[in-house]
Design a protein around this ligand. Structure first.
Ligand code: 5RP
Length: 222
């Protein structure tokens, strides 16, 4: 559903603020990346005295969390988390996602895997019947870029495009696959992940979201 930027931002804010209702006293919160998550972090700042800290999925989110005086902790020290809150580029009716528009997909997928409950916060434009209209991000180690691109073309028929100039927080590069209609997200996630040189595929289907909050007046909790 096309939205104008102002109402889309308002929907993101409403989704981010609604997610605060899932935060419980003493929790360490997994925090994703992006403009919707930025609203969540700003809302989290208002309850920061109730939480133990946050595990961040990107340098960008770490800066914003620290700017609010929220302690950023290492996943290696916290162990598994009760709650992870993150945005998405696309979301289907099974809560399977495309993520990585902000190039933070690897740490996002690690934190999602480590979390009991993954809450995805989106504006209505992110809801789709079939994943793939948004180009699917794939993080690759730099020396494997052209090999992985050729394999992607053969395997999927989609068109891989190098996100030139973007270096991830892990020092890697991003290929965005255009022209997909992903009818088997779990299978595609598995197959693409097996290509040597692929670090992370931006499909979150094997481990989808548990709860989706669609921003609006009022927000919808799915
Ligand atoms: C970053 C992501 C983001 O969650 C996704 O790109 C959505 O971003 P936004 O909330 O700005 O629309 O996956 O890697």
């Amino acid at each position: 559903m096309p939205q104008n930027p102002a109402s889309q931002n308002e929907a993101k804010r409403l989704a981010g603020e609604k997610a605060i209702e899932f935060v419980e006293d003493g929790m360490v919160i997994g925090v994703g990346t992006g403009s919707t998550v930025a609203y969540f972090i700003d809302a989290l700042a208002r309850v920061k005295d109730r939480i133990a800290g946050a595990v961040s999925s990107s340098e960008q989110s770490t800066q914003r969390l620290r700017g609010h005086g929220i302690e950023v902790m290492e996943l290696n020290h916290t162990g598994n988390l009760a709650l992870y809150v993150d945005g998405a580029d696309e979301c289907d009716s099974y809560k399977r996602l495309i993520k990585g528009g902000g190039a933070a997909l690897t740490r996002e997928k690690v934190i999602a895997e480590a979390s009991k409950t993954f809450i995805c916060i989106i504006d209505p434009a992110k809801q789709v019947p079939v994943l793939g209209e948004f180009p699917l991000p794939v993080e690759v180690i730099p020396m494997a870029r052209s090999l992985v691109a050729r394999e992607i073309l053969t395997m999927t028929g989609g068109q891989p495009v190098w996100r030139d100039g973007v270096v991830t927080d892990n020092g890697n590069w991003i290929l965005d696959i255009h022209g997909l209609a992903i009818t088997d997200p779990v299978g595609m996630e598995r197959e693409l992940s097996l290509i040597p040189g692929v670090v992370t595929v931006g499909l979150f289907a094997r481990r989808p979201a548990d709860v989706v909050i669609v921003g609006g007046e009022p927000p919808r909790v799915l």
